[in-house]
Design a binder for this molecule. Structure first.
Ligand SMILES: Cc1ncc(COP(=O)(O)O)c(C=O)c1O
Length: 354
């Protein structure tokens, strides 16, 4: 009932002939955990099935998955069209690291598919977006982006971290590559750092050639915890999304709240408290977050316990103020990652803090 933890860095085999057969693919088997591990493979198979993909490859973090995809799909001279609302660290990877390897990018509002097409150059080799953007939860029009990508013969890459396959399955909508920070909902217990990429067998085996060289390998113990987390993914998401719907409704009715961002099928709710008596936006956000008794300030999301953070101070820290404010990320915005607690308790706690 529980996949064993193959807690080993390497595997023995009977003789060099067997080793050669495993290396050539003539015989199934494991040789080295950086290449493949049975516990990790069990988790990869389950995630691939959930996303409706042929194959998956696990990484040691979500950022390793993002890097693995982009370094496999792009080469020097290539150009990428990217959502302007992409996770700040993904933005930095593209504009700081990949730029040093002569990969260029144009950041656009992906909700406007004609703007996405207008950003294409003859060097464009992909479109990259997130299903629900962080923290304002803009929904990417995946089907329309997929038909544009197909017409222009480039892959559509979707970071599905905020939605999970229980809400949206991008491959079924025409995306070519799906990736996750499994640190968030796929694991769900805030105790593992992991990433995963799901795509066709051909795309994953091409990407593995890069992944094996990068070496950001998921640990077998972490794979086992991820397998355990996956068993409750749909239960957790159902409860967390329902709680988010109730909390968002309560916040929207509260006159002490200026703005609420929420979307069906997502357990993140962002809101901006109204400043009181000469407070700045940041002071209002600090007051409300500090007054929450059971909701800690945590710069992550996706666990079973509700947490809160300031996107301006975390995910969007490196984005210039003028740009992040245009995207709705003011100093006063707070992002709740809603957990599995009783929704009534959560509403009471927020009401008291406000
Ligand atoms: C949407 C999204 N993608 C990728 C990542 C990176 O994942 P990790 O922190 O597991 O490296 C994050 C992290 O917050 C994220 O929110």
């Amino acid at each position: 009932m529980s996949v064993p933890i193959a807690q080993t860095a390497a595997f023995g085999c009977d003789d060099l002939g067997v080793l050669a057969d495993i290396q050539s693919g003539a015989r199934k088997g494991y040789q080295y955990t950086r290449i493949a591990n049975p516990t990790t493979h069990a988790w990869e198979s389950e995630v691939a099935a959930l996303e409706g993909g042929e194959s998956a490859h696990a990484f040691a973090s979500g950022m390793a998955a993002v890097a693995g995809v982009l370094m496999s799909e792009l080469s020097a001279g290539d150009h990428l069209v990217v959502s302007e609302r992409v996770y700040g660290v993904t933005h930095a990877l593209i504009t700081q690291t990949l730029a040093r390897f002569a990969v260029s990018a144009t950041f656009v509002d992906v909700a406007d598919v004609s703007a996405v097409e207008a950003a294409f150059t003859e060097k464009t080799r992909g479109i990259y977006a997130e299903t629900f953007s962080n923290p304002t939860l803009q929904v990417a029009p995946i089907e329309a982006l997929a038909s544009l990508a197909k017409r222009r013969r480039v892959p559509l890459m979707i970071d599905n971290t905020f939605a999970t396959p229980t809400s949206v399955r991008p491959l079924s909508l025409g995306a070519d590559i799906v990736l996750h920070s499994a640190t968030k909902y796929l694991n769900g217990h805030s105790d593992v750092s992991a990433g995963v990429v799901i795509a066709s067998r051909a795309v994953i085996s091409r990407m593995q050639k890069t992944a094996w060289l990068l070496g950001a390998t998921l640990d077998p113990m972490a794979s086992w915890l991820l397998l355990r987390g996956l068993k409750t993914l749909s239960l957790r998401m159902r409860q967390q999304c329902e709680n988010a719907r109730i909390v968002a409704g309560a916040l929207a009715k509260d006159s002490r709240v200026r703005r609420v961002y929420a979307v069906s099928g997502c357990a993140v709710v962002s809101f901006e408290p109204v400043p009181q008596d000469g407070e700045t936006l940041l002071m209002a956000a600090t007051r409300v977050s500090a007054a929450l008794e059971h909701v800690p300030v945590v710069p992550s999301l996706g666990g079973v316990s509700t947490t809160i953070t300031s996107p301006a101070m975390t995910s969007h820290r490196s984005v210039p103020k003028i740009d992040r404010e245009r995207l709705g990320v003011s100093d006063g915005l707070l992002r709740l990652s809603i957990g599995c607690e009783d929704a009534g308790d959560l509403c009471k706690e927020l009401e008291a803090a406000l």
